[in-house]
Design a protein around this ligand. Structure first.
Ligand code: F6R
Ligand code: MG
Ligand code: MG
Length: 378
């Protein structure tokens, strides 16, 4: 007689989703990724025992590795595989004469973890439900704080997420883990109880960023994240301007979590983010399909891609290109109009970032040339 397996391994074992990304060479300029680099990445991840599954794609000029495995977060082997893949892709970029080959690889030698070495990472380990839908969000020409507004809306705004009001399984709200990326500290805050305090922090998106979201009580384990965002800041690692820190995020969805349509809804508004040309301008976020993930106009405008997956036994299955939908045409048009409006300000704020944020761009290099010519007015 067959033994009775009450909890088959595929339901019980935890899975880790890791998105690791880097700009290792643009084609042309900083606009997109050459197909040959994606091929190198595919070949490098194919047949690797450490991974359960993977999907290679790009967002603008960033090469994106979406991987599943059972090694947990910060796995040395998974990070080493990603690092080697970026190295191989860099070699290819050099051979093809692509722009800025190896741009985001800020160190020569791998030392156990890609954190702090240039690539961006969003990772989360969790116990998959029977059916586990999640979205991989990929952004280019912006910074980690660009996720604050949409992640807040998904998990805390009743005008965005109807379920917060009408579904008992999410009515209690969610817990936010917020990082102060300047002071390197974090705080946990609950929504809706502390909603105004959460907003007091995350409205300052260049400093306070949502790192993870957790369920409170209910169907899902409270210690397993339901959303995770990359928070790496390149200038903090390199000590100088090396481009913006184009972020990625993972958001789980449905039954006890916001529905897929609630997860995508914040992107129906082309909210302003910082980044765009030379990482120095405010501009509208434009949701696009992967084929339109090419940053052209003024090196932008900032883009976001959304790939949907249904996890099955740790495998990703097919990727659904969720913004490849005419329902998002109006926001793309609005975003293009806002881009026009912002561009007409030329070098003036608030199109150009405030001085505090320009500190981490190439502007100080220009100002240094004439700083001794200032005369005191006192
Ligand atoms: C922004 C970005 C681009 C470059 C710009 C200048 O994140 O990558 O807008 O900053 O194209 O690039 P360089 O300095 O490489 O000529
Ligand atoms: Mg680039
Ligand atoms: Mg980029």
């Amino acid at each position: 007689m067959q033994p009775l397996i009450l909890f088959p391994r595929d339901i019980m074992s935890k899975v880790t989703v890791s998105i690791i990304k880097a700009d290792v060479g643009g084609f042309p300029g900083h606009s997109t990724v050459h197909p040959e680099l994606m091929k190198v990445a595919e070949d490098n991840l194919k047949g690797k025992d450490i991974l359960t599954d993977y999907h290679v794609t790009h967002c603008g000029d960033d090469l994106e590795l979406i991987m599943t495995h059972e090694e947990g977060e910060d796995s040395e082997e998974v990070h080493a595989l990603a690092w080697d893949t970026f190295k191989e892709a860099t070699d290819k970029a050099e051979k093809l004469g692509l722009y800025g080959a190896g741009q985001d690889l800020l160190s020569d030698a791998f030392s156990g973890n890609v954190r702090g070495m240039g690539p961006g990472i969003a990772e989360m380990e969790f116990t998959p439900r029977k059916a586990e839908p999640f979205v991989a969000f990929l952004m280019d020409k912006t910074e980690p704080g660009a996720f604050n507004l949409p992640i807040f809306k998904i998990f805390a705004d009743p005008f965005n997420t109807a379920g917060l009001v009408i579904d008992p399984s999410i009515h209690q709200g969610f817990r936010f883990e917020i990082w102060d990326i300047k002071e390197s500290k974090r705080i946990f805050m609950d929504s809706p109880e502390e909603m105004y305090d959460i907003l007091a922090l995350i409205g300052a998106k260049s400093r306070f960023v949502i790192k993870r979201v957790y369920p409170k009580e209910g169907k899902l384990p409270g210690d397993e994240p339901v959303a995770a965002v990359s928070t790496e800041k390149l200038y903090q690692i390199a000590g100088e301007y090396v481009g913006k820190d184009d972020p990625v995020a993972i958001v789980r969805s449905q039954s006890g979590l916001p529905a897929l349509g609630e997860v995508l809804e914040p992107f129906a508004h082309p909210f302003l983010v910082s980044g765009w040309m030379r990482g120095s301008h405010n501009g509208p976020m434009m949701p696009v399909s992967i084929k339109n993930s090419v940053c052209t106009r003024f090196d932008g405008p900032p883009r976001v891609n959304a790939l949907g997956f249904q996890l099955k036994n740790g495998s990703l299955g097919d990727a659904a290109d969720l913004f490849d939908d005419p329902a998002f045409d109006p926001v793309r048009e609005e975003s293009a109009k806002i881009a026009d409006y912002m561009r007409r300000h030329g070098p003036f704020e608030p199109h150009r970032l405030p001085m505090e944020d320009m500190e981490y761009t190439t502007l100080p290099g220009v100002m240094k040339e004439f700083e001794d010519r200032f005369e005191s007015l006192k």
